[in-house]
Ligand binder design. Structure first.
Ligand code: HOZ
Length: 429
């Protein structure tokens, strides 16, 4: 089965002369799944069309923001009205108050919030804030977790770094990462040992409370609770990077789902409704250190942009309606359980699962508790699976080390069609 991707190939060939790798971000270049990347033309609801007119059921959802479905008519009309007032003020705008109140009302840890333009910016700022508040410089992150591409986080990072198998990144000076300590995800003993070896030197622990950037890896029972205790015992901060999990694992994020309240939280993706928004927030005593209220500097020309605020506000208004998260849980579990059942029936070792509107599949017997486990999976088989699904009109994240996302627009019929395609592919994988 082959796709007609003539126009995609022409456009991508030209792109490679214009942009490094022909892309604006690495994972979408299909390096780890092989074959030519697809150039897309438009999106709507659960679907995405490429420039050759091929239609796909989309489980990337622009990496998470499209949880209400792509180009939701109410988001589009709100943006059209906002556009009549201009595209950017670079000054206070009441829409920032509106979105800030929605985020503060929704997310248990957040008493104050600052908007930025990406998850990377949010994580950069929160690291600086952790260090300023505690007066300590070292930070613990987990192998395979991805907190954007700022220097200090490019240590055993997930997402594109894992996808491309990069040895972290050239150009990152040792001075930038000397304070970045790493531990295996789900390993509380390793975290305790780091605190014992670095007494009074660790500002805090930052993690994806459900990992999506090393493939889908949920926290073991007691892991998040244990981190909360260890950080409190050591006078360190606990930071949930909810850029991916925020407003997806639950309306109040993973911290609502698991009942663990961190000191600081980073967000992005869903709160921008597809436009560039990141945010960080948390305890008022900590956030009050951010300039101009306090001495910790962070700034951004387009932060609080009225178009991005508008898209975020409308997206959260649509998302918080009763029954939405029950629906997302139901269809995503049906998809994930179905994929695992089909893998078993067609003779493939596979593991994975789902939580709310996030899911993942590894071609390994598993279980996958951390990045080392994830790396044992058969990434070549994943690449063949990805291509086979693409040829049958299903668009999955082009990397084993990413997660899958559903939306309120995905129907039971879409899930059935996806499972039928998966059975066909896995039977010939
Ligand atoms: N950070 C994105 C997913 N976690 C990767 C997007 C891309 O490289 O295309």
């Amino acid at each position: 089965m082959t796709l007609n991707t003539t126009k995609s190939q022409e456009i991508f060939a030209a792109a490679q002369n214009l942009m490094p790798g022909g892309v604006s971000s690495p994972v979408r270049a299909f390096k780890s799944v092989g074959g030519q990347p697809i150039v897309f033309d438009r999106v709507n609801g659960a679907y995405i069309w490429d420039v050759d007119g091929n239609k796909y059921i989309d489980y990337v959802g622009t990496w998470g923001p499209a949880i209400c479905g792509h180009a939701h008519p109410e988001v589009i009309s709100a943006l059209q009205a906002a556009l009549d007032k201009g595209t950017s003020f670079g000054a206070p705008c009441v829409l920032e108050n509106v979105l800030a109140e929605m985020v503060i009302d929704a997310v248990p840890s957040i008493e104050m919030v600052r908007f930025v333009n990406s998850g990377t910016e949010a994580c950069m700022a929160v690291l600086r804030l952790m260090r300023a508040f505690t007066g300590r410089e070292k930070v613990i992150k987990f192998e395979g977790c991805y907190h954007g591409h700022a220097d200090m986080f490019l240590v055993k990072a997930g997402s594109g770094v894992a996808t491309l198998g990069l040895p972290d990144s050239p150009g990152v000076p040792k001075s930038a990462t000397s304070g970045t300590l790493t531990a295996p995800y789900n390993d509380l003993e390793a975290v305790k040992a780091l605190f014992d070896q670095n007494p009074d030197e660790i500002a805090g622990v930052i993690l994806e409370p459900v990992v999506g950037n090393a493939g889908f890896i949920p926290p073991d029972a007691g892991f998040l609770e244990g981190l909360r205790e260890i950080t409190q015992e050591n006078g360190a901060l606990l930071v949930f990077d909810e850029v991916m999990t925020g407003f997806r694992i639950a309306y109040g994020g993973a911290q609502e789902k698991f009942g663990i309240t961190p000191d600081l939280t980073t967000m992005g993706k869903v709160i921008g409704g597809g436009l560039p928004v990141g945010a960080y927030g948390g305890r008022r005593d900590i956030m009050s250190m951010i300039a101009p209220a306090g001495p910790v500097y962070q700034a951004g020309t387009l932060s609080g942009n009225p178009l991005a605020m508008t898209a975020g506000i409308k997206t959260l208004e649509l998302l918080r309606k009763p029954g939405n998260f029950e629906y997302l849980e139901k269809i995503t579990k049906k998809l994930s359980d179905g994929l695992l059942k089909i893998a078993q029936e067609t003779g493939h070792q596979a593991c994975g699962g789902s939580i709310s509107a996030m899911f993942g599949l590894f071609f390994t017997a598993g279980p996958v508790h951390n990045y080392e486990d994830a790396k044992k999976s058969d990434t070549a088989k994943f690449g063949r699976f990805h291509r086979g699904m693409l040829e049958r009109g299903i668009y999955l994240a082009p990397s084993q080390f990413e997660a899958g996302f559903t939306s309120l627009s995905h129907t039971e019929e879409d899930i059935e069609a996806t499972l039928a395609a998966a059975r066909d592919v896995m039977s010939n994988l």
